[in-house]
Design a protein around this ligand. Sequence first.
Ligand code: IPM
Ligand code: MG
Length: 357
Amino acid sequence: MAKKVVILPGDGIGQEIVPQAVRVMDLLAKEYGIAIETESHLIGGAAYDKTGTPLPKETLAACKAADAVLLGAVGGPKWEGLDYSVRPERGLLGIRKELQLFANLRPAVVFPQLVHASSLKPEVVAGIDVMVVRELTGDIYFGEPRGVTGEGDARRGLNSMVYTAPEIERIARKAFEVARVRSNKLCSVDKANVLECTELWRDVVNEVHADYPDVALSHMYVDNAAMQLVRWPKQFDVIVTGNIFGDILSDEASMLTGSIGMLPSASLGESHAMYEPIHGSAPDIAGKDLANPIATILSVGMMFKYTFGKPEAEQRVEQAVSRVLDAGARTADIATGDETAIGCAEMGDRIVAALGD
Ligand code: IPM
Ligand code: MG
């Protein structure tokens, strides 16, 4: 039976990077003998403009019926004034919640060719291989009550940080499992010295640890983790944290790799999966063929590993990326010194060619 993949280019550079990633997906599908049927749908601002909602019913239904979803990015200044309920970001958050994609894996790996593209010293970033496991369906992103009430000086803004013990337990289990197939080291990040919600996080992670005694568990406050990530990132292997801290720390971790345009992600639930770069829609460079498609292309590699059970396909994608970097191919975000930058489509061409060799 053919596998179904829903394609959601979304907004801004999503329209440019996703087609390049789809080329890679089609090529790998052929090679590994996987029949894939694709369907494109609207999400984010593009969906709002056409249908009045950032997450049309058809899009959600298609995603629920799919084996995997490939997403570009959502959002842009055009939609910033809209009510929160119809902002492009609501479309993405809605899919994550509806598909129960609670585990977001964000691997920050530095390609040796890009060690000098990082704003940190080469000796600090060389050899970095960190996996951020971000909880994706809870926390202050979804907590109730929320909103702004009152008028004038009486206005009050409120968001609620909420985690239940079962929500923490399932992401902790996932993180321990991920640690087991890596270096058996897990660092849980919280703010348990100030926030009760994250004190519960720490307690539950400790309870789950009893089932994974072979994994070395440490705890770190988020402010310290933010500092340690730039001071001595090699101390980390797997990091597990909540939704908001994971959002922030994964952007920070991406800078170790040279560019946020390099970081893929897999959002996994019990029965659904979505693959997306961690970066946003970059409206400032959208439509100019300047975007880096590598994060989305690496996300396709993750799709083959986690949805299609082909970890070797993920390695092939990484090797192809490595080879084009060896040959000097750089999009603007990773070009340094006198390197000439190539466009998004050409980077796609080169990676497709490297895969075909
Ligand atoms: C991410 C993004 C999203 C998030 C936005 C676009 C809603 O920053 O995937 O990290 O905050 O989760
Ligand atoms: Mg983010």
